[in-house]
Design a protein around this ligand. Sequence first.
Ligand SMILES: [Zn+2]
Length: 305
Amino acid sequence: MMREVEPIRYNYKNETAWYENTDKVMDWFRDQDLDFVSMYFGEPDGTGHRYGPDSPERREMVKQVDRTVGYIRNSTENHGLTKQLNIIITADHGMTSIYRSAQLEEITLSKIPGFNFQDVSFHLLDYGPSGMLLPKPGKLETVYNALKGAHPHLHVYKKEEMPEHLHFSNNDRIPPIILWTDPGYVLNGYFPVQFNKGEHGFDNKEMDMKPFFRAVGPAFHKNLEVGPFETVNIYPLMCHILGIQPELNDGHLSATQHMLVTSADGEFSCLCFIIQLYRLLFTSGGLQYSNYTVLVTFLMGFKLV
Ligand SMILES: [Zn+2]
């Protein structure tokens, strides 16, 4: 097993480091006989937060990511791994622009009549669109009633009432009251403390929240475009390619199996290489993946222009 973790003050934008890390991973595959490597890129997430997903800065960062994907493909080739390595490129969320104007009626809990931080023993707020509250004993209804309907773009739910599609009810660690905002709005506690121009964490039905998914390699059909599926289904897909038994999970191989080529003996290649490109957005249609449009095997939820 190989492991490498970024130091605390790490420059996530350094393109040269991305290339070096790619070569290092390819060396591992070739020389260490590894079966699976997961790689993480902290962009264009950081740039999207700071400048907004529709900004020129974010577009430039997506170009940098695109160059790196090209580099990964070339490095695979140069290491003689093209025939063995399955590459999955995906993200764990999307991003949308935050409204910023003097006229905007911001959502700040301390300003909501009837809501009092004294009634709450623990809160998670000021992290963008969502928040959680643990009311003090006997104060659940007071807190809930004060917040429910208090702002047209604020959603307030008791844990057990949460909409099914959010899958956020059945864990002991989830506090009793959950809050989230409509796209474009963020949730503030006492007063606004963060001023990002891009955020994620909104309702997963929103198109801007959808990540993309692409894969290439001997296990996958070529030039195949498939419909959307939930990201939880990637885990059983990877296990299947690697020939290992998945642990108990919420995904199903049936959601992705149609992407796979079945070889004569029913065996799949056992190398899998995951690149997680945080929040790679296609919302403005700017990404070309110029080096390998032909090799892209499928995508999910996004129109490529
Ligand atoms: Zn983020």
